[in-house]
Ligand binder design. Structure first.
Ligand code: NAD
Length: 554
């Protein structure tokens, strides 16, 4: 028998045979294991799933204890997980979550990376990111869909609902930034994507995220101009430094309609400055990190200045969550915040309606089960054009990683309908095993993150972290199968608090009751949070759906 407490290859069981005592426990077990499947996790041997050091369990002995406990846990018990380690089992009841998790949380004054790393080195905590430590990561599909949705919102705001006949300029073809070219072409547009690392460009072409690599910047522009004229989607990779390419394109009067960036600007050692050759990157940042970071910030200032130049020339320009504006400002470029972050610019109106990244996975491991759920979504929401286009394109272009899964943005009044339909599919045998239904922590009511999801809230409540805590407690009270509260996901320690929930559709009437409540109340907290901040779209959504807001009554 495998010794689970030492590094080994993990893969979730498939099929309908239970290894645990109920489907709630089995679902948590399989999703924990799925997060660590080498097809899914970036560094499974270190229990790292994605996002820097985002872990599914604190260490291998903790992993072994999680598996052991989930396998023996009863239907009226709840396991407590403290930063990736199971610390207790308590008697609860069948409506209670089977697992409650708290990951990476620190008291305010102590909430710095240095203190976190100190405690981590002592073995006292682990970084849970968002869906790594809450066992609902589904691979790059999640990033692709969010990026697709952002570009769809850009298209709606500025270009009549499609990116056809437009050119987007961006930088960074790394793990997450590599989703940009496909997201742009899925919306009908042309993308020029700059990266300093040729191997990243080739990797995206191999994985079918990027169409072609240009021989030079001129070649890239020629290809883009021709595709734009023909209103043909095309993504073009070009080797270069964005701090050089963006100012050059601006100076040359290139016709660019949308500009953004996903180089790793959040970490100045991961952004290559001008004047340092790609081959010398590693040596330069190791021998003189301070000098390197200063040079990187100065280059970011040139890069951001060009982005602002494009904005002034009429392009749609936005920060894509990499903190490049802050770094450019630190280097002395005063206008760095002239363009907005992507959440206030495009996603907040969706958050106001309780819309966000809804996702699910088939515990059977059978892709046919996801195809059945895809059909159910198309049947339920056929009138939603961008949603149906996404589902069809995802079926064609997205390869499953680990257990087959799907993601799409649904809002209040939609998620519960989808969840209940999935539960019926399980009950009738149209899908062969239960479906787990969860979401990202980047959602309408579940996150406080002033540099990203809650940047520039209407009432200035960006840093108020009561909302994700309320969200987690609401989901616990409503019947979710596992619920989590995390700190530091996305933007780092000290900068965010966020919550997750996962609910299992096992085909039973009890699951239907839980699904109806959780998948209504979870997006409901999003509407409530945005009504409280004063958004008219949220007030309209609350009125339309009958969400009660005490301060607006009486
Ligand atoms: P990554 O490190 O895998 O990739 C970054 C890429 O940028 C690399 O391929 C690198 O070669 C390239 N690069 C570095 N300096 C460059 C320069 N000067 N010019 C051109 N290319 C350069 O990182 P990733 O996972 O793709 O994430 C990228 C950034 O986007 C991060 O800052 C991340 O936090 C942010 N991000 C935001 C969201 C969001 O929700 N908006 C989602 C994902 C990632």
């Amino acid at each position: 028998m495998t010794d689970l407490s030492v590094p080994h290859t993990v893969r979730a069981p498939r099929g309908t045979t239970l290894t645990a005592r109920g489907w709630g426990q089995e679902a948590a077990l399989r999703m924990l294991q799925n997060n660590l499947d080498p097809e899914v996790a970036e560094h499974p041997e270190e229990l790292v799933v994605y996002g820097g050091s985002g872990k599914a369990a604190r260490d291998w002995p903790s992993y072994a204890a999680l598996v052991r406990t989930l396998t023996t846990l009863a239907d009226d018990e709840t396991m407590l997980v403290q930063s990736g380690r199971p610390v207790g089992v308590l008697r609860t009841h069948e409506w209670a979550p089977r697992v409650i998790l708290a990951n990476s949380n620190l008291v305010g004054d102590w909430a710095t990376w240095d203190e976190f790393r100190r405690l981590e080195a002592l073995g006292l905590t682990a970084y849970g990111q968002m869906t790594a430590g809450s066992w609902i990561y589904i691979g790059t599909q999640g990033i692709l869909q969010g990026t697709y949705e952002t570009f769809a919102a850009v298209a709606r705001k500025r270009f009549g609902g499609t990116l056809e006949g437009t050119v987007t300029l961006t930088g960074g073809l790394g793990g997450m930034g590599g989703a940009q070219p496909l997201a742009v072409t899925m919306n009908g547009g042309v993308a020029i994507c700059v990266d300093v690392d040729e191997s990243r460009i080739r990797r995206r072409i191999e994985q079918r995220y990027l169409d072609v690599m240009a021989d030079s910047l001129e070649h890239a522009l020629d290809l883009a101009t021709e595709a734009r004229r023909a209103r043909r989607p095309l993504s073009i990779g070009v080797l270069g430094n964005s701090a050089d390419v963006a100012p050059a394109l601006l100076a040359g009067g290139a016709e660019i309609d949308v500009v953004t960036d996903q180089t790793s600007a959040h970490d100045p050692l991961a952004y290559l400055p001008l004047g340092i050759a790609f081959e010398d990157w590693h040596e330069a940042r190791t021998s003189d990190p301070t000098g390197f970071a200063k040079a990187a910030r100065e280059s970011m200032a040139r890069h951001v200045e060009a982005m602002v130049g494009f904005q002034r020339a009429g392009a749609e320009v936005f920060d894509y969550g990499n903190n490049i504006r802050t770094e450019a400002k630190a280097a002395g470029y005063a206008d760095a915040f002239a363009f907005p972050g992507f959440v206030p610019a495009y996603l907040r109106p969706l958050f106001c309606e309780g819309k966000g990244p809804f996702r699910w996975a088939a515990l059977s491991g059978d892709p046919q089960d996801i195809h059945a759920t895809d059909r159910a979504i198309l049947d339920l929401f056929g009138e939603n054009e961008s949603l149906t286009r996404w589902i069809r394109l995802a079926q064609e272009k997205v390869a499953f990683q680990g257990l087959p899964a799907r993601i799409c943005w649904l809002g209040y009044g939609e998620r519960d309908r989808a969840g209940l339909r999935f539960n019926e599919l399980v009950a009738s045998g149209e899908v062969s095993a239960p479906i787990v239904i969860g979401r990202d922590h980047l959602d309408s009511g579940s996150v406080a993150s002033p540099y990203r999801e809650t940047e520039a809230m209407l009432d200035g409540s960006d840093a108020i972290a009561d909302w994700p805590l309320l969200n987690a407690m609401v989901n616990t009270a409503s019947g979710a199968t596992w619920v989590s509260i995390h700190h530091g996901g996305g933007v780092g320690i000290g900068r965010s608090i966020h919550a997750g929930q996962v609910t299992v559709a096992d085909g039973t009437p009890l699951a239907a009751e839980k699904i109806a409540r959780v998948l209504t109340n979870d997006p409901g907290t999003g509407i409530i949070r945005h009504v409280d901040a004063g958004y008219p779209e949220a007030k309209a959504a609350a009125a339309e759906h009958g969400v009660r807001i005490p301060m607006q009554e009486g």
